[in-house]
Ligand binder design. Sequence first.
Ligand code: ATP
Ligand code: MN
Length: 481
Amino acid sequence: MRTTIKELLGSYKKNLHHDITVQGWVRAFRSNRFIALNDGSTINNLQIVVDFENFGEDLIKNISTASSLKIVGEVVESQGSGQNIEIIAKKIQILGDNFTEERDKTILQPKKHSLEILREQAHLRFRTNLFGAIFRVRSAISFAIHQFFHHNQFAYMNTPIITGADAEGAGEMFGITAFDLNEIPRDENGDIDFEQDFFGKKTNLTVSGQLNVEAAMMGLGRVYTFGPTFRAENSNTTRHLAEFWMVEPEVAFNNLEDNIDLAEDFLKYVIGYVLENCKDDLVFLDQRFADEQKQKPEKDRASEGLIEKLENVIKKRFKRVSYTEAIDILKNSKENRKGKFQFPIEEWGADLQSEHERYLVEKHFESPVVLFDYPKEIKAFYMKLNDDGKTVAAMDVLFPGIGEIIGGSQREEKLAVLKEKMKAMNVDEHELWWYLDTRKFGSVPHSGFGLGLERLVLFVTGMTNIRDVIPFPRTPKNAEF
Ligand code: ATP
Ligand code: MN
């Protein structure tokens, strides 16, 4: 029977003195005798003991780092320290070739490599301890997200990736077409004639599933979408991808405060799940994080370890602060008065940049912060206008080291107000006729938010570049693999 290394290490007593079959990749082969085998099910390796007299010299010679093996052997208690059990190999089969000369020009060569080099070989980095840990944690986070919503009676909706909407106000879009780009049909004005295109209109890759999920909410009550979104943001930052995964719940009858409560409960649930279920990977990431801090000048070091940080986040209540209060804090901050911000805060109405968000979270409050009630001019058209006529019921959740992790709002449910806002913000009413319809037949107060999955994975793994927490990153000038 074949078992995973995780299973075997997790319940080794019942396997003692039995023969088992494992398959995996060699992480290290010491003294022609000890193989550290890993199969990706856990960060821990299984020690295989090879008595070379029992095996041909040819076979032994061909086993090296990165070789793929099938091993049949007996489970015994380990003589060495560092593991409970080891396998005395009875049969060893090499499953695939290992081009060692070429391997030694890649990240599979047994030594430390920079994250930049690992990124250039994204198709191979899955084999490293670090990326194994990151992607197991990412997978656990996705599972916990579904579980949270499932427990709370949400229905999972799949919203379209191809959208007919041109401006959802969330970012620059990638257009898609089935035209032969060498022979694009044009109308009498010389404009591209999308009527002749596949869908008979201009279409784009979605920047958010929100408008669609709002329609579903109007019937199913509590819904969420979780899928890829695309933004042609030409900003080469460590927190933006051109293709990323977004989680967007939408809840009928929720006001802004309910929405903030949901966001806080949701984040704490998911982080708690990882703390509970990904211990081995987190211990490894925690150590890596600590090592990385040691390389930094003392003043730039994090005040808490990674696991400590995650535990603290789920213990404390997030600080809730209005945009207006936040502007006061920022305006009067030493940083602002001394001209330390790249974008100085001069007056109410300013859009907050990531440096401001991070000041509030990391310096002023030293806690996750939820900002709410933003000026209507800097937020999307669908957000609910507050009674002051100046602000909308928007909220952003800001996390240390990340800045904005969630953006959300109570939505404008009144047709007349919504139409007025669309006009003021130049959003085409005709194109969104179906969205406006949702406000005509039993419209209800409702709220929702969007979480960028990768920003949460960054936070939980302690990584700093968003390219390192998605298997195949898509960024400006980069769509390799
Ligand atoms: P930012 O100001 O950081 O660019 P945003 O205001 O454009 O974010 P929203 O449109 O509110 O973000 O999207 C909801 C969430 O999606 C954000 O809170 C963030 O977690 C995530 N997000 C937005 N843009 C990106 C991106 N380019 N790459 C990865 N995640 C993103
Ligand atoms: Mn953005």
